[in-house]
Design a protein around this ligand. Structure first.
Ligand code: PMT
Length: 429
């Protein structure tokens, strides 16, 4: 069988598309979370080599890493010498992810140390490298760590923003390792697109709405929609990892975790969402309305459950909800929010006998008056709920571009490229 090929279930030689991922594990209490990360990668079909530091093995045993990855695990450069693993692992990797990255490990990477297998691998890797730091808030905020993170980022390394929350012991604050699924999502985005996480939104404040609103009819029933929140959450997550301060106004989702380093405000109805968006829009450089907002709500909502009764049910009268996106555009026209605020809408569209998706989307862009409109063709299992998306990006200046099919994270990265390009360069820090 040729190199780089594998035998498929039906016996034919097929190109081996599995990626080689090195998972580095630093010596911190969050090392246990690396087990779920390794499993995410192996279940996605990737070839994983785990390279812990000696101190990481104080937290998780070698046997666990070997069983999860299906590969031998070593920490030093003097094991298996004929295979020169201290050079080969880094050279052959498609991706290196260090999670958790301790303050000490960041410092050693900055210094270019090569006194164990992990730091030697970091020096020889030419693929995307991701550090997911985890440490106490004081260590994360210490000028030495801040400078080390800046140095690594300046060298093109992705250093993930940590989450805030419960740390070891009873204290809380910034420095918590993001959930393994979130780290895996960011890391595999770099396999799709190695330049997807520039720090081009530093100093910007971005508001993103996501998920669906629910308009109550009675205590148990509501008018809702199928939005899972995945697309909007991906935009919020990536904007934060590209350096922005992000407020996520979230309706109902498919049980998504709050993204790391994002302030999340939960709302229920379209009217709640309008209050939350209007409160923050004036302080933001960008407003992205990815939420699926109900256009109508039941005109009356009762506090006791509507009974089935014997006859046919009454028709439900509906009242129009406020258009939140159009409201933000109007506030900008009226000078209530800065003229430089960039407003991005989404359009979930279907074509019909009178026009195709783009015809309706162009009309929507004019009607809503936003600067950019991300267009999804919906129906037939597309856009809503699924993990992948594609579409078009329309701009108020008349330019149009296709958004290639890929993960919702990839789509988010393309949308943020357009946002970044459209922002007033005088803004931000
Ligand atoms: O959440 P997922 O499962 O990942 O799916 C993603 C998505 C398909 C929901 C998302 O990509 C999307 O297309 N969101 C917008 C869906 C929508 O409601 O489109 P619309 O054509 O009805 O609304 C157009 C724009 O106006 C949207 O930016 C919407 O947020 C906004 N709007 C709509 C109604 C309203 N009352 N107020 C609004 O601000």
């Amino acid at each position: 069988m040729p190199d780089g090929a594998s035998r498929s279930a039906i016996g034919a030689d097929v190109p081996d598309t599995r990626k080689r991922i090195v998972v580095g594990v630093g010596g911190g209490i969050a090392a246990y979370k690396s087990c779920a990360l390794i499993r995410d990668f192996t279940e996605a079909g990737h070839k994983v080599r785990v390279v812990p530091t000696e101190s990481a093995l104080e937290f998780v045993g070698r046997a666990t890493f070997e069983a999860l990855s299906g590969n031998p695990v070593q920490t030093g450069v003097f094991t298996d010498v004929p295979q020169v693993p201290h050079v080969r692992l880094g050279q052959e990797a498609d991706l290196v992810v260090v999670a958790p990255a301790t303050a000490d490990l960041l410092a050693r990477a900055v210094m270019g140390r090569a006194d164990d297998l992990l730091t030697a691998t970091l020096l020889t890797a030419r693929c995307p490298v991701v550090f997911a730091p985890a440490m106490h808030t004081e260590m994360w905020e210490h000028p030495a760590t801040v400078a080390n993170v800046a140095t690594l980022r300046a060298r093109g390394v992705t250093v993930v923003e940590p989450a805030s929350g419960r740390l070891t012991g009873k204290d809380t604050g910034a420095g918590r390792l993001p959930e393994p699924e979130e780290i895996a999502g960011l890391a595999t985005l770099l396999l799709e697109r190695p330049d997807a996480l520039p720090r081009d939104l530093e100093g910007r404040r971005v508001l993103v709405s996501a998920g669906g609103t629910r308009e109550p009819l009675d205590p148990v029933r509501f008018l809702g929609n199928r939005s899972s929140g995945k697309q909007g959450y991906a935009i919020a997550r990536l904007a934060a990892q590209r350096g922005a301060e992000v407020i996520l106004v979230s309706g109902y989702t498919a049980g998504l975790d709050e993204p790391a380093a994002v302030e999340t405000v939960h709302v229920r109805t379209a009217e709640d969402m309008k209050v939350a968006v209007d409160k923050e829009a004036g302080r933001c450089d960008v407003v992205v309305m990815a939420a699926a907002v109900a256009d109508f709500r039941p005109s009356t909502s009762v506090t006791s459950k509507i009974k089935k009764g014997a006859g046919e049910p009454d028709a439900i009268a509906l009242t129009k909800n406020p258009d939140i996106l159009a409201g933000v555009v109007q506030a900008r026209r009226d000078g209530e929010i800065p003229a430089s605020t960039l407003v991005v809408g989404f359009a979930a569209e279907t074509g019909d006998a009178d026009g195709d998706v783009l015809t309706y989307a162009r009309a929507k862009l004019r009607r809503k008056g936003c600067d950019l409109l991300v267009v999804n063709a919906v129906g037939e299992g597309k856009a809503f709920e699924v993990d992948h998306n594609d579409g078009w990006l329309l701009s108020a200046d008349g330019s149009e571009s296709a958004l290639e099919h890929g993960s919702k994270a990839l789509m988010a990265s393309r949308v943020l490229d357009a946002v970044s390009a459209a922002l007033d360069p005088a803004g931000g820090e």
